[in-house]
Design a protein around this ligand. Structure first.
Ligand SMILES: Nc1ncnc2c1ncn2[C@@H]1O[C@H](COP(=O)(O)OP(=O)(O)OP(=O)(O)O)[C@@H](O)[C@H]1O
Length: 606
């Protein structure tokens, strides 16, 4: 008995994705199979057609040896050439029919498989889009990519050469056996005597190849994860001259993968001739027993000749079936992981019914808010504050003090553990998520630019933002002057991740993006990286334009931002320790004062 597939669970080790590849799992699981077959439902007519094509193929295929028997027994042996050409014509016609059946069956089957995979990929992707940030914290990109592309590809094999062809294989096997029994049941039974040997060879092959196969998948997953991490982190690796170490680590994984591949090939190389030998054994038996019968006139030579062909054709579907075993096993493991992902429900969802939001004023209140990302490990403790509509607030504090966490909660990327967050007096949890995210715009520290034009990176395909709006926003935040210098202006293609733009330019693109969407509340996670003085002045001016006439919260790293703030919230170890204006807080000579001396004072000019 095989254990059920691993699935789920997060790995803390760097490259260890093995736990989810450990078990190859069951060959057949009714629940999984039912869910999988549901994806064939929209194509059930196609499937019925494929089954008919398959029956047609098997039926035509079975005629071929029989026609040779007719030719030998009725014409060649008695020396009666009349009608032999008709048999030759029939033979060709049957071959053509078989070709047509094969072509349509194969084409339709691949098409249904591809369409079903398209559907699964779409539902996986839209499911991923609904999942909340916490899920992505725990699931590395590599793993999710494997789900959407790798695991789904395994299922394609199940749909195209698994489910339906098993039926075809069984049909062929039983069809041939029936015809052989009808032609000469004694010779048929003698031929079938070889079948146990084939089944034994197949079983042995399955047992040994399974382990090799499992290792293959495990090591491949590890190589993928390793490659992913190393390519993404190539610059850091080169900077720290880690190439030789990484080379050795890759070599080790590559060797393991090679070993598993070779083992798998070894078993297959052994299995293939074993099937061949069994086939030849059947041939020997037929010649020996059948030949004897022909000499005793108990059987015609044509039947013997047909039997030789039937027996050879019988072994291919049997061998095919043994390969299906692996396909089923893989598909069950993959589908278990895919459904695991599909069954992961987002924890942060819109309520039903949600409160309808008219235009927001942008008043924010945190009421005794607590947050723990993990268990009872609170990173925000009893945080309470109010921000009036249109106020500019700066949050400051040492690293890890909980500044980003406040923003994460306000955008409802995470749920509060205790307490309440209200916008215009409405609890976030009572709002439609779409409405909330529409009302808030966040300029993050790591600005994400999509591959596409500058213009697209500003309006992000939002139909409410026209090209003119996008350009106006770019002008307002001083991005325009840089875009004008680009080869194609706003139509200039930006590479994925914004490679080719400077840090300052990227920030301006993000500002233009935020301004164009005209949010009620603006959140700014200020970048710490410094830019040249000229750009810095442009950024500061852009910022003040961006923040004008709307509620804004900034995790502040700029002196200008804190000086311009109506209120500064000072965080320490997850708690609000001080709150007030720049001057008020300086006078208190408390945490802010020290922080100011350490972090901000140096930015003072003159
Ligand atoms: N996704 C997460 N899962 C678990 N713990 C987290 C997560 N994000 C942050 N933390 C933890 O919560 C605490 C507060 O982190 P937070 O990012 O809010 O601090 P911060 O003040 O914004 O720090 P920085 O100035 O360095 O960005 C830290 O101890 C951090 O390790």
């Amino acid at each position: 008995m095989f254990g059920s597939g691993g699935g789920g669970g997060s790995s803390s080790q760097l490259y260890d994705y093995s736990e989810e590849e450990e078990d190859l799992g069951k060959v057949y699981d009714r629940v999984l199979m039912t869910r999988l077959l549901a994806y064939l439902k929209p194509y059930r007519l196609e499937v019925v057609l494929i089954v008919f094509l398959m029956i047609g193929y098997t039926a035509t295929e079975m005629w071929l040896p029989y026609l040779t028997k007719l030719g030998i027994d009725n014409h060649i042996q008695p020396g009666n050439l009349q009608g032999l050409e008709m048999i030759a014509i029939y033979y060709v016609l049957v071959l053509v029919a078989r070709f047509i059946f094969t072509y349509f069956e194969e084409y339709r089957m691949q098409m249904v498989g591809q369409k079903a995979m398209y559907d699964i990929r779409m539902s996986l992707f839209s499911h991923l889009q609904r999942l909340d940030v916490r899920f992505f914290d725990n699931n590395p990109v590599g793993r999710l990519m494997t789900r959407v592309m790798g695991d789904v590809e395994v299922l394609r094999e199940l749909f195209t050469s698994g489910v339906i062809t098993v039926f075809g294989n069984l049909l062929t096997i039983f069809g041939y056996m029936a015809v052989m029994l009808l032609l000469n049941w004694k010779l048929a039974l003698v031929t079938f005597a070889v079948l146990p040997a084939i089944f034994a060879a197949t079983t042995v092959y399955q047992v040994y190849s399974r382990r090799a196969f499992r290792d293959q998948r495990k090591y491949l997953a590890q190589i993928n994860a390793f490659l992913n991490e190393n390519i993404v982190g190539m610059t850091t690796m080169q900077l720290f001259a880690r190439e030789p170490r990484s080379w050795l680590q890759f070599d080790e994984r590559n060797k393991q993968y090679l070993g598993a591949n070779l083992r798998s090939i070894f078993y297959f190389s052994l299995f293939s001739p074993m099937i061949e030998v069994s086939g030849s054994l059947a041939l020997a038996v037929i010649i020996w027993y059948g030949g004897g019968q022909v000499l005793q006139d108990a059987m015609t030579f044509g039947v013997l000749f047909a039997f030789i062909q039937y027996s050879q054709r019988l072994f291919w579907p049997i061998r095919d079936l043994s390969e299906k075993y692996t396909i089923f096993q893989n598909a069950m493991a993959s589908s278990e992981r895919i459904f695991d992902l599909m069954d992961t429900e987002p924890t942060i969802v819109s309520p039903t019914p949600a409160k309808a939001l008219e235009a927001l004023n942008g008043e924010i209140e945190f009421r005794n808010v607590w947050l723990a990302y993990n268990a009872e490990n609170y990173v925000l403790r009893d945080v309470s504050f109010k921000i009036k509509a249109g106020e500019k607030v700066a949050i400051v504090g040492h690293t890890g003090s909980g500044k980003t966490s406040i923003i994460n909660l306000l955008c409802r990327f995470y749920e509060v553990s205790k307490g309440q967050i209200l916008i215009d007096g409405i609890d976030l949890r009572e709002m439609e998520l779409q409405d909330l995210r529409h009302a808030i715009n966040i300029v993050q520290q790591n600005i994400f630019l999509f591959s596409g034009t500058v213009e697209k990176n500003i309006h992000l395909d939002n139909p409410e933002i026209s090209k003119e709006d996008a350009i106006a926003a770019a002008k307002e935040v001083h991005l325009d002057r840089y875009v004008q210098k680009m080869p194609n202006g706003y139509a200039t293609e930006i590479k994925e991740g914004g490679a080719g733009l400077s840090v300052g330019q990227k920030q301006l693109v993000a500002f233009a993006r935020a301004l164009a969407s005209d949010p009620d509340i603006l959140i700014l996670d200020e970048a710490t990286s410094s830019v040249d003085t000229e750009t810095e002045l442009l950024i500061q001016d852009a910022l003040s334009r961006l923040m004008a006439n709307r509620t804004s919260i900034a995790i502040a790293h700029r002196l200008s931002t804190i000086q311009n703030a109506d209120k500064i919230i000072v965080m320490q170890r997850g708690e609000i320790r001080e709150m007030g204006t720049h001057n008020e807080l300086l006078q208190q000579r408390g945490i802010y004062y020290r922080l100011y001396q350490l972090q901000y004072k140096g930015q003072e000019v003159g």
